[in-house]
Design a protein around this ligand. Sequence first.
Ligand code: DLL
Length: 432
Amino acid sequence: MERYYQPAIETASRDQLLAWQNERLVRQVQHVWDHVPYYRKKMEEKGVAPGEIQGVEDLHKLPFLTKDDLREAYTYGLLGMPLKDCTRIQSTSGTTGRRVVAFYTQHDIDLWEDCCARAIVAAGGTDEDVCHVSYGYGLFTGGPGLNGGSHKVGCLTLPLSSGNTDRQLQFMVDLGSTILCCTPSYAAYLAESIHERGLRDQIKLKAGIFGAEAWSEEMRRDIESKLGIKAYDIYGLTETSGPGVAFECSAQAGMHINEDHFIAEIIDPDTSEVLPEGSKGELVFTAITKQAFPLLRYRTRDICVLSRKPCACGRTHIKMSKPMGRSDDMLIVKGVNVFPSQIETVLLEQGYPANYQILVDRVNNSDTLEVMVEMTAENFSDNLGRITRMEQGLVTALKAMLGIYAKVRLVAPKTITRSEGKAVRVIDKRKI
Ligand code: DLL
């Protein structure tokens, strides 16, 4: 039972955590200095030597790493171990520029799977569970990460990967899946399919571990009520291993960061200044236990808030809020900052499903914002007058949330292409 709940680590005192972080950071900086010439050069340029990093309070002296560095150092430029000691790569789903490729030793995979195992246990998972993994397998970290975590917890692991909904549902019913791991948009799609096929009474799901993309509280409630489960958020990125960097516990209010492996900072994305706890800013991670891809002060571009307020679950590791957008893909429309999650919140509040697409364009030197939204089977109408009234209702609600006009186009159910991985929410034609 709960072999991977590690109270000694997850409920350690602040002093104990800091002691681990200090010791591991010092070791890691030396490791990087000795084995990663690309970062050593960056340290030299900043005039900092390993001896000056005595602990977490010196972290700010180290240079940042960004996705541009990863692209520049592609392929092997940030490798911290000889190739013969590396056993795996994973890669981002990025379609622009060169992909990010991350490397793992067997030790790195072990620690990554531990982090995912902690997430499964925090969602109530035990060796009695049947863990249905519908994240993509392959280069994407979702499938391999949760698969490994599930093995460690001792769950019966169903490596379904994404796609083939008929097969997903058949396995879910026949094998009695109790925990579902996939992107929230795929969970919403599976929930819709279960509802349509009248299978709700035949599924045994109790929890879902959903992440890899932004999802709102409204979407959580929607999935929870359709599937009769508790839905937990999980966060991570390829550069820091993958899922499991942070995960939600029973309190479902923020994700505990595995602080024995990652030191988190929040910075001002414009000035790079480190901000105090509780401030909203860009999340930066320093991996203190990874061998093959030991990124120090990596700028995630995810905007969030950190909190050390005591958690009802007893875990002491710092919590991050849901990412509130990215400092790089936040939309600026007519000079106004727009986060897709704000639009999603409005849609769900107004009783629409989370099947939508945001189209941004520029006509006559002026930005246009259009939101294409699917009607549900329940509120579907082909009465033009009624559709216009529904669209107007959404325009008003979006204006109140965003402060700008967004054209709304309601479309018939199932018009927008369904996603089996991360949903394509935004089409910004201005960049093309
Ligand atoms: O998405 C790793 C992952 C797999 C996380 C499965 C959770 C579950 P990447 O493809 O490298 O890795 O994308 C990382 O996705 O910087 C965030 O912007 C976003 N992201 C990840 N988790 C969440 C989440 C995986 N829970 C990027 N909420 C990150 C919002 C998330 N955004």
